[in-house]
Design a protein around this ligand. Sequence first.
Ligand SMILES: Cc1cc2nc3c(=O)[nH]c(=O)nc-3n(C[C@H](O)[C@H](O)[C@H](O)COP(=O)(O)OP(=O)(O)OC[C@H]3O[C@@H](n4cnc5c(N)ncnc54)[C@H](O)[C@@H]3O)c2cc1C
Length: 499
Amino acid sequence: MSKGLDTTQDGQTRSSGVTRRRFMKGAAATAVVVPAIAAVRSSRTEPLADAERWPTWKNTARWGEWVERPDDMQPALERHVSADVVIVGAGFTGLSAALELARHGAQVIVLEREFAGFGASGRNAGYLGGGVALEYDLFLKDIGKERAKEIVRYYEDAVPFVEGKLKEHGIDCDYNQSGLIRAGIHPSQEEKVREGVRASAEFGAQSVFLDEAQMRARGIPPAFLFGEYTPRGGTLNPGKYVMGLRRAALRAGVKIYEDTPLLSYTEGSVIQVNTPRGSVNAPVLMFATNAYTPQLGLLADKVVPLRVSAIETEPLSAAQLKSLGWPRREGIVTAHWTMESHRLTAHNTLLVTTKRLHYPYGSKTPNVPDYDQYRELRIALHDRFPALKDIAVRACWSGYVSFANDALPVVGATGSQQNIYYSAGCSGHGVASQSMVGHMIAQRIRGIEPPLLAALHHETPSTLPEPFRWCALNGALTGASAMDDWLNRRVRDAANQRG
Ligand SMILES: Cc1cc2nc3c(=O)[nH]c(=O)nc-3n(C[C@H](O)[C@H](O)[C@H](O)COP(=O)(O)OP(=O)(O)OC[C@H]3O[C@@H](n4cnc5c(N)ncnc54)[C@H](O)[C@@H]3O)c2cc1C
């Protein structure tokens, strides 16, 4: 059987977990709520920014926290070749799987549509985190407490896994093992943060509550009032990390073809993958395409891509750094409905991400700038660091995370011979976990079933069909943003009153 990119085959065979009545109710509600909230939002946002005012990553690619086309681009595939395993996608997942397979002597081919790290792996916020800030509420009711503990262990174990791989492959990616803080910016968030500490303890993640005095004693900037601190993990330069994996894979004999998109594939005991000017035959195919997977005709009703953006400032001066404090440079995320993340990089820039999420109609992933998101991120930067209000934004970029309805990873095998493996649904927590899941899928391909991989198997609820999906998702995201905006206004008003 042949699969092309336009097919709509579902990689999972079980039926939907969402009833027709549930989604019709949701869609009807959002049809009313979305335009209303959109109207409220558009009435108080600035006019669309001129593209010229927003620098793109291309201007400053050599020092920023993301990757651009490498100087040693690997040649595109231009003939017919064979391998033991063909992997599609050269991000954390694909490269980690390739490394593990090559280590055990397999001949591995990686096909990458653009260049290694082009996806989320080369343009994320760089938080190497475990269970902190997981959406417990979203998945708990579906899988129960014992299963949730295994899921949290999966995220927690992924952190030392990556730390080990950095050492093993000698990857210098400015890793700062600072721990991470999920902070509140308004007293009304305290209960949510304390609940996070309680849930972490219950599910086996280690964290402590820091009150205002403890936050100030650590030198955390004053906008962040209290927080859940986890000593596990820290921050790294994701561009350097993914390029380190790429170098290690090439050293290990993995053949990476860049500028080489998969166009179609055939199922069977030998799979043929077709690209524009070549093809690969292999008994095993792995899709390490995360947010891009639905476009390949797989998991189209299980996961959706969400656009996430980031801005990075010019380097802070010595005086600005001194005024900021923040000596350990812990990565900070906020307890908003859609979290903000703020961190200081090794080259003394401030990196601000998330805050707004957007679902593009039809699960498309256009590689376009998102000026609305950049403007919102700049507002967040000014709100949290008022002393830096004149600092210039030197780069902005957007990428895609993959989200399932239950916020759990989507990992499994499909095809008539069950020899087509896939990984998606990173939920925006993939620096650690996608690296480990790639490694675990490679073990599974070698015939070893890691217990934590088995723990991930579950029935992913189906998403709604379009246009209900677009309405429901963007309605929920806009609603979350509206609640966050309301809270931000209260924080701003209180600051203005203080003078
Ligand atoms: C702005 C942003 C901030 C984030 N911040 C964090 C964070 O701080 N911490 C965290 O844990 N996670 C974060 N994430 C999520 C994290 O980056 C992802 O979970 C992770 O990188 C996913 O890795 P991956 O290898 O599975 O997918 P990707 O890195 O997306 O790789 C998939 C690859 O598949 C390729 N591809 C697609 N289609 C084809 C085709 N037809 N043929 C060949 N190749 C194809 C793509 O070009 C891409 O390179 C963030 C994501 C974004 C976008």
